[in-house]
Design a protein around this ligand. Structure first.
Ligand code: MG
Length: 197
């Protein structure tokens, strides 16, 4: 395995905790709670789509002002900086909400990819774009997510896919590594770096 030079993160549930009520958003846009929002929005006619985007953005703006950093993220990020590792964010959220959240919590990434930049996860595109922006080869990158879409995107992009377990999502066949905390991932990476020396 190549030494790891960069770590990418999913935003919701990994970097920050925010209350986006997806069933409520779907009910407001589509009248039901089926499927995934972005994929369903793709299929709407233009005027309907503009309405849907406005609804989604209103929910995201509300959630952004209440978002808090996830337990353990800030120490992990500080460790990365100390180690000279690049950091990136890959999210299905809008750039506007990402900027609001990162600005308020004062979190900085070397690369940020939001839904305006590339087709959304589970496509590999946003992961590959974030790697390019970090200047890191996918084979030298890790992607940490808390949901199947993240692991699928990571696998397709050829990065190491890490599942950060949450109460609602415990395991995935697509995960290269499963951890209960970022501290556990830090220990794993430290051990890996030592064995490569
Ligand atoms: Mg997530």
């Amino acid at each position: 395995m190549k030494p790891i030079r960069g770590i990418l993160f999913d935003m919701d549930g990994v970097v920050v905790e925010q209350r986006l009520d997806f069933p409520a958003i779907k009910r407001e846009i589509f009248g039901d709670t089926e499927g995934f929002i972005l994929e369903r929005m793709e299929r709407l006619a233009l005027t309907e789509r503009a309405r849907a985007e406005a609804i989604l953005e209103r929910h995201e703006a509300l959630a952004a002002v209440q978002a808090a950093s996830m337990d353990g993220f800030l120490p992990f990020h500080a460790w990365m900086v100390g180690r000279g590792l690049k950091s990136g964010l890959v999210t299905r959220n809008s750039r506007k909400s990402v900027e609001a959240i990162l600005g308020r919590l004062d979190i900085r990434f070397d690369a940020v990819v939001s839904r305006e930049d590339a087709p959304p996860k589970p496509a590999p595109d946003p992961v590959l774009l974030a790697c390019r922006r970090m200047g890191v080869d996918p084979a030298e990158a890790v992607f940490v997510g808390d949901f199947e879409l993240d692991l699928l995107a990571g696998r397709r992009a050829g990065v190491m896919a890490v599942l950060l377990r949450s109460p609602g999502f415990r395991s995935s066949e697509r995960a290269d590594l499963v951890v209960d905390s970022l501290a556990e991932l830090r220990d794993w990476l430290e051990a890996e770096a030592r064995s490569a020396d």
